[in-house]
Design a protein around this ligand. Sequence first.
Ligand code: C2E
Ligand code: MG
Ligand code: MG
Length: 393
Amino acid sequence: MKQADHARRIEAHAELFREGEAGETAYIIESGRVEISLLRDGGKVVIAELGPGSLVGEMALIDAGTRLATATALEETHVATIHRDQLETALGNADPVIKLFLRVLLERFQEASSRLHGGGGAPRTTRATYHEDLDRAVEDLRLRDELRDALARREFVLYYQPILELVSGRIAGYEALIRWQHPERGLVGPFEFIGFAEKTGLIEEIGAWVLEEGSAAAARLAASCDAEVPFVTLNVSARQLEAEDFIDRAGASLDASGVDPGTIKFEVTESLLLGDPERAASQLAQVKMLGVRLALDDFGTGYSSLSYLHRFPFDTLKIDRSFVTTMLRSSDSMEIVRCVLGMAQGLMLDVVAEGIENEDELSLLADLGCDYGQGYHFALPLPEAEAFALLKS
Ligand code: C2E
Ligand code: MG
Ligand code: MG
């Protein structure tokens, strides 16, 4: 039987590796027993006997030096192998803080073990990588602290970008977009911190603030309106929505603001639908029970297919800006826009085109039957007072 690439069988009394050899592989013992020994003054000194679940030869993963001991199977032994490259790849993708933590631990271990073996004690990890990791870790820790402080000091603000009904030109709603009013850097856009907040979990707190503030603003808007009340859309991250208390917290924010939940729309991106679509469908159904509407943001950029959209309770599709920007010169983009509009109609979803920047894009979208649009052609995201004042003009 052919063994998997990562599996190896070692016969009784055979060596897995020998002291002084070059090595780039570590082993996890799956079954059997392995003896670790050193050659000292011409004689063999056994330093350990390892069984299933033990890691052997791990120093080879840390630096490409020579084996510091000999590993011999005491009986037929099966091991899984881990190559140095695998660890490097995994470490390369790791969170900078975790990476630094591991590097430091590994380096200390290496120094100690090198002293034990009479070596000079000079670390063999290259200092350059170490410094890069350190810088990145420190930067991440600083950003984490700054974001926490920003929440406490209420430095986040929501800007509002109008969403227009294309045929009439009336403002149908607003999208709330977060900004960070940084004490030194000025207004910082969400691309600089939302991804990081999602990765670190801080998005739950930031997102809770967005729900609170956005619902309160929507209630203020409704109170100042005598005609039809525009909707307000709030961006909700997948990680935020997946938190156990999301529904309770969102419900509490809506209640506290006194807003009519029917005027609130949550925007989620396709990433939510990718992992476990069944679970996403049930989470979204619970969200709908709050009385809010649901939009699928940045549609077309992920992997979701129009064919299974009917499984989710969306009310709105937002066509990503990349299609709107290119549709006049790319027939592919144009076909995608046309196709999305056709299917959305069949699924009774309304469609918002994002990133409309000129008259040509606007008239083409209107001709194709797109209901709503937002973009710099109409208005930038604006502070609340300015944005809501547009309703009166
Ligand atoms: P998004 O939800 O797709 O928001 C639309 C983005 O397109 C906004 O960028 C908006 O300013 C920008 N935009 C609108 N019209 C135009 C246009 O005509 N041309 C161009 N070039 N851009 C246009 P912004 O405000 O920088 O937000 C970026 C992303 O950050 C948002 O993309 C959203 O994914 C995320 N985000 C913003 N606010 C929040 C929030 O409160 N919570 C969460 N979880 N994410 C947020
Ligand atoms: Mg959005
Ligand atoms: Mg979008």
